[in-house]
Design a protein around this ligand. Structure first.
Ligand SMILES: C[S@@+](CC[C@H](N)C(=O)[O-])C[C@H]1O[C@@H](n2cnc3c(N)ncnc32)[C@H](O)[C@@H]1O
Length: 420
C-alpha cells in the first residue's frame, strides 16, 4: 500500500519551492479523499479501510471534545493522512516559527497508522498546515518531522495501557473493514467490523476521564450482531450517539458519532431517540426471515406456491399462485405480509411490503421478512400495510437503521397499535 508515495514526493517538492499558494489544497480535508481515489481503486480503498474524514464531519467530531490546549494529548489511533489531527491542530494556534509551532504540536498530537506513506503524508500535511498559517520556515523537513515524534507507524491494536496513560483526548475514524472476531470477552466467532474492535480495545486501555469522539459505521449502533458490543460500550463510556448519515458523497456507508468520556460506572447510551414504551409490531405479529435459501436448498419435498422479492409488487395483495417450487423445509400459512430486506435511507419507502393471502401453505425466500398477524386476520395485515407506508414508519426506520437492509429486530420494534 504505497498509495500516497507519488503524492508525498510532489508535496515535498512543493515545500522546497515554498509555493504557498498551493498549500491550501494540500491540507484541505476533502481534497485528500479525491487524491486517494485517483491513486487507488475503490476495492483497494475498502481493503485498507482508507476513507478519510471530510471537513464538516471532522469539525463536528472535534466540537464534541472538551477544550484542547498545549497540555493535552490528542490521539488518533488510525490517523491515515492526518485529517483529524490537522483539524485538532487548529485548536492549538501557532508560534512565530515553524520549529516552535511543531514543538508544541508534536507533544500534543499523536497518531498511529500501519501504512508508512500515510504517516509521511500526515507529517507533511501538519507541517504545511503550520506554514499555511504564516509561520516562519526556520527548519528543514527532516527537523520538522523529528518535532512530530508521536505520529508514527504502529498497529493500533498492539498498543498497551501504559503507553496511553497520559492521553486526554481521542479522535477516531477506525477502518470499517470486516475482520475475524478477536474471540474474547463477549465477541463470538465469525467476522466483525474492525471499528468495533478498535473502540472496544481503546475503552479498555484508555485512562478514565479521557474524552473520545469516534466516527463509527451505523451497523455498530443498529445491527443486531452488536448488541453485546453496545452493552460493553455503555458500561465503560458515558457517551452520546448522534446520527450523521452518509459518510460522504462518494462513500455509500452511513456513520454516527459516539462522543463522551471514559467512565467506570454503568451508563445509559441512547442509541436511538425512540420511545420503547409504545406498542409495536411484535405485540401483534410474529416476525421471521423467510425460511428458504434459494441457492442452498435442494428442490425436493412437497411443491408449494413460492414467493421471492422480484414477484412481490410493493403494496399489492397476492391471492393466487404465481410460481411453485419444491421445498422440504418450513412452509408458512397466509395471511401475512412480506417485506423486502434490501432497503436504503434513500428509498421512498424503507419497508416495501406485499400482502400474501393464499389459502394454502406457501414458501418464502430468505430475502424477505415474513410478518404474520397473531389474530390470523387479513384486516390486521391491511392495517399493517398502511402503517408501513406511512411517513412515521419511514422516519422511524431511518432513525433506527441506516444500513442497507432491514433486520427482524427493527421490524419488530416498528410502532403499531391495534386502534388506528
Ligand atoms: C477510515 S481511515 C481514517 C483515517 C483518519 N483517521 C481520518 O479520519 O481521515 C482508517 C485508517 O486506519 C488505518 N489502519 C488500518 N488498520 C490499522 C491498524 N491496525 N492500526 C493502525 N492504523 C490502521 C488505515 O491505513 C487507514 O488510514
Amino acid at each position: 500500500m504505497n498509495a500516497l508515495t507519488s503524492h508525498n514526493v510532489a508535496t515535498r517538492e512543493l515545500l522546497l519551492t515554498s509555493d504557498r499558494a498551493q498549500f491550501q489544497s494540500l491540507v484541505d480535508l476533502d481534497n485528500i479523499d479525491s487524491v486517494l481515489r485517483g491513486l487507488l481503486t475503490i476495492e483497494e480503498m475498502r481493503e485498507a479501510g482508507s476513507f478519510f474524514t471530510g471537513q464538516e464531519l471532522a469539525e463536528r467530531a472535534l466540537s464534541r471534545l472538551s477544550a484542547i490546549t498545549s497540555s493535552s494529548i490528542v490521539l488518533d489511533p488510525t490517523c491515515g493522512a492526518g485529517n483529524l489531527l490537522i483539524e485538532a491542530s487548529k485548536k492549538l494556534g501557532v508560534e512565530p516559527t515553524l520549529s516552535a509551532t511543531l514543538k508544541v504540536w508534536g507533544q500534543v498530537l499523536w497518531g498511529f497508522d500501519i501504512h508508512p506513506h500515510f504517516i509521511e503524508a500526515a507529517k507533511l500535511r501538519l507541517t504545511i498546515a503550520a506554514l499555511n498559517q504564516g509561520v516562519e520556515q526556520d527548519c528543514d523537513l527532516e527537523e520538522a518531522f523529528e518535532l512530530l515524534p508521536h505520529i508514527l507507524m504502529r498497529d493500533a491494536l498492539t498498543v498497551s495501557q501504559i503507553e496511553l496513560e497520559k492521553v486526554t483526548h481521542v479522535l477516531m475514524n477506525p477502518p470499517f473493514v470486516i475482520m475475524p472476531s478477536p474471540r474474547k470477552d463477549y465477541w463470538k466467532d465469525g467476522k466483525v467490523n474492525t471499528a468495533g474492535v478498535v473502540l472496544d480495545m481503546y475503552l479498555r486501555i484508555l485512562p478514565k476521564g479521557c474524552n473520545i469522539s469516534a466516527i463509527l459505521p451505523d451497523v455498530l449502533r443498529s445491527g443486531s450482531r452488536y448488541t453485546e458490543f453496545r452493552k460493553f460500550v455503555a458500561s465503560s463510556f458515558k457517551a452520546k450517539a448522534e446520527i450523521w448519515g452518509r459518510f460522504n458523497r462518494k462513500t455509500d456507508v452511513d456513520v454516527f458519532l459516539l462522543s463522551g468520556v471514559t467512565s467506570a460506572s454503568k451508563n445509559e447510551i441512547l442509541w436511538h431517540s425512540l420511545n420503547s414504551d409504545t406498542e409495536s409490531i411484535s405485540d401483534y405479529f410474529d416476525v421471521r426471515i423467510g425460511p428458504l435459501v434459494a441457492y442452498r436448498d435442494p428442490e425436493e419435498g412437497q411443491e408449494y406456491p413460492y414467493f421471492y422479492p422480484k414477484i412481490c409488487p410493493k403494496w399489492e395483495r397476492i391471492s393466487e399462485v404465481i410460481e411453485k417450487r419444491k421445498f422440504s423445509g418450513t412452509a408458512l400459512l397466509p395471511p401475512f405480509i412480506v417485506i423486502k430486506r434490501t432497503s436504503s435511507p434513500s428509498d421512498r419507502h424503507r419497508a416495501s411490503a406485499t400482502l400474501i393471502s393464499l389459502k394454502e401453505p406457501v414458501v418464502v425466500e430468505n430475502h424477505m421478512i415474513v410478518v404474520t398477524p397473531k389474530d390470523g386476520k387479513i384486516g390486521t395485515c391491511k392495517k399493517l400495510m398502511r402503517v408501513l407506508q406511512s411517513h412515521k414508519t419511514n422516519s422511524f426506520l431511518n432513525e433506527r437503521i441506516r444500513l442497507r437492509h432491514l433486520t427482524v429486530g427493527v421490524i419488530k420494534d416498528i410502532p403499531f397499535s391495534e386502534v388506528r
